[in-house]
Design a protein around this ligand. Structure first.
Ligand SMILES: CC(C)(COP(=O)(O)OP(=O)(O)OC[C@H]1O[C@@H](n2cnc3c(N)ncnc32)[C@H](O)[C@@H]1OP(=O)(O)O)[C@@H](O)C(=O)NCCC(=O)NCCS
Length: 289
């Protein structure tokens, strides 16, 4: 009889986790997995079947909301309840911390797994792929490079639109590539910000968030994106995950030649959030929100 256990993931598991991601052609680098472990060391779970590594899941607690991602079960152990078991561990962990809403982005074929354990569909989330190239900035807006001292202000701004406190995640993303983090402000009020970071192949854009106010909203959004892309080597692959609620991001990306590669389903467990979805032009990642 086989025995399945779930335990906390450790740094020594990073190579196996990356291997499993690679088997699925998921674009996670060693640094990204190490960062996930660092964000939430007690929320990263591994399943073992008869002592063999069988799968993993990551969760992040942001206060009242939490995110779950990177759920993968090794092909040899699928359809035996291991994925469900890992999910239940993550959910229990987040609820135990006082999280009231858990979010994830589901591959459509797998959404039933999540529905069976209580998740409901919210909206679609679209994956875009493009290539960096030099673009002229037209608006004359001031886009500034972030520095550590702005992080608390950026995190406050982010909380208003994201719904939770992402300071520790934003800080580590900033530390990973400070040259790819920008913001715009007026009269000391943040109007928007953007972060990009390296993946196994190429760079991911996100979070990319702007205050959805006035006619300048799409201009600021576009200039932030262009400034960020202009700082990445020409010809590099750029990945962006956009909630379908953001027409502005979709329009900007289409105009820059990005193409849609996949559609996921944003799902929620627990309380519905009161949010301002228009502001969120891209998520930071399907595992981190
Ligand atoms: C998704 C995944 C983690 C599921 O792991 P698992 O251990 O096989 O899941 P479970 O055995 O707990 O499945 C529970 C239910 O989920 C649904 N489900 C799981 N895998 C499915 C699949 N490939 N297609 C359709 N439904 C699926 C089924 O309803 C299943 O119940 P059933 O076996 O009684 O029909 C695994 O298939 C995997 O690693 N896939 C590749 C990575 C991936 O897509 N991850 C999810 C991203 S959102």
């Amino acid at each position: 009889m086989s025995q399945t256990i779930v335990r906390l993931a450790r740094r020594t598991d990073v190579a196996s986790i990356c291997e499993l991601c690679k088997d699925e052609h998921w674009n996670y680098s060693v640094r990204m997995i190490e960062r996930l472990l660092a964000y939430e060391p007690k929320g990263c779970f591994l399943a073992e079947v008869n002592g063999e590594f069988a799968g993993q899941v990551f969760s992040i607690n942001y206060g009242k909301i939490g995110w779950i991602g990177v759920l993968i079960v090794n092909e040899n152990y699928r359809r035996r309840g291991v994925g469900t078991l890992l999910m239940k561990h993550s959910i229990r962990y987040l609820l135990g911390l006082g999280v009231e809403t858990i979010r994830l982005e589901a591959v459509p074929e797998i959404a039933n797994l999540y529905r069976r354990i209580g998740f409901v569909d919210e909206f679609h989330s679209i994956r875009f792929l493009g290539t960096s190239r030099r673009q002229e900035l037209l608006s004359g807006l001031s886009i500034e490079r972030m520095s550590v001292k702005e992080m608390p202000r950026i995190a406050d701004f982010d909380r208003e639109y994201f719904g939770g406190d992402r300071m520790r995640v934003l800080k580590r993303l900033y530390q990973a590539s400070p040259e790819l983090c920008f913001y715009s402000q007026e009269d000391s009020q943040i109007l928007g910000y953007i972060i990009s970071y390296e993946m196994e192949t190429g760079y991911r854009i996100g979070p990319w968030i702007c205050k959805p106010h006035g006619v300048r909203f799409p201009v600021i959004a576009r200039e932030l994106l262009l400034t960020c892309m202009n700082s990445i080597e020409v010809g590099t692959k750029i990945y962006v995950g956009v909630p379908e609620t953001s027409n502005t991001a979709i329009r900007i990306l289409h105009n820059l030649g990005f193409t849609m590669t996949a559609k996921c389903i944003r799902m929620r467990f627990g309380k519905r959030l009161q949010e301002k979805p228009k502001a969120v032009l891209s998520i930071s990642g399907p595992e981190s929100g």
